[in-house]
Design a protein around this ligand. Structure first.
Ligand code: HEM
Length: 196
């Protein structure tokens, strides 16, 4: 009996170890969302990207009055720039196709809801090693969501190559704010249907 129990414990521990080595078992934390996402490349090479004309980490330029966010990013190589631009195009297409990258994370679920319901637009242009991204929200709720997402991209993804954080608490704050009052019920229903 004792021997059987020990074997069981050993097998469970090994399974858990294997799962964590393969990136957390799908999108529980920081899944990589498919080959076309370029996420593993971006995570590994995050330090190859700087704010245009400086050695600083890329940071969003926010215009709350216009509800827009702009990025002007310099990449070390043309390949780095292409990988980033392709990542943004890939994710734009995923969201328009009603998919949910990082389905455990309420902030990414809210962004998917906003994109699928056409409440913001995004465009990306690459020339040589330069990548310019523009995101335009159509209302304050959508603006708060893309603004919070841009903080995660700058502060964790670019700065540290860290995609393991969960921004659900930030999403809940935005959902509770006056900016999202008229959409709160619909967004909560969407999140409870899609979160996994
Ligand atoms: C699990 C990891 C990741 C997921 C699920 C993810 C997903 C997304 C999504 C959904 C968008 C928005 C696309 C749109 O609005 O059309 C986006 C944009 C972007 N991502 Fe990622 N991404 C991840 C990791 C990264 C990493 C590691 C970097 C860079 C080191 C990065 C850089 C960017 C940039 C610069 C944008 C455009 C700016 C913005 O949306 O504010 N992402 N990503």
């Amino acid at each position: 009996m004792q021997k059987k129990r020990t074997v069981q414990l050993f097998l469970t521990a090994t399974a858990a170890l294997l799962l964590s080595a393969c990136g957390g078992g799908g999108s529980s934390q920081g899944g990589d969302e498919g080959a076309g996402s370029n996420i593993p490349y971006l995570r590994t090479n995050h330090a190859n990207y700087t704010e245009d004309g400086s050695s600083m980490t890329p940071a969003p330029t926010k215009d709350a009055a216009r509800k827009s966010i702009t990025w002007t990013i310099s990449a070390k190589t043309q390949e780095d720039a292409s990988k980033l631009a392709d990542h943004i195009r890939y994710m734009d297409a995923q969201l328009k196709a009603n998919k949910n990258p990082r389905a455990f994370d309420k902030l990414f679920l809210m962004e998917a809801y906003m994109k699928y319901n056409n409440q913001y637009t995004s465009s990306v242009e690459q020339s040589g090693t330069s990548v310019v991204v523009t995101k335009q929200a159509k209302n304050s709720c959508a603006y708060e969501v893309i603004s919070a997402h841009s903080d995660a991209v700058s502060g964790d993804f670019f700065a540290r190559g860290d995609t393991s954080q969960n921004y659900s608490a930030r999403a809940e704050q935005i959902l509770a704010s006056s900016a999202c009052q008229d959409q709160k019920t619909a967004i909560e229903a969407y999140i409870s249907e899609r979160q996994r």
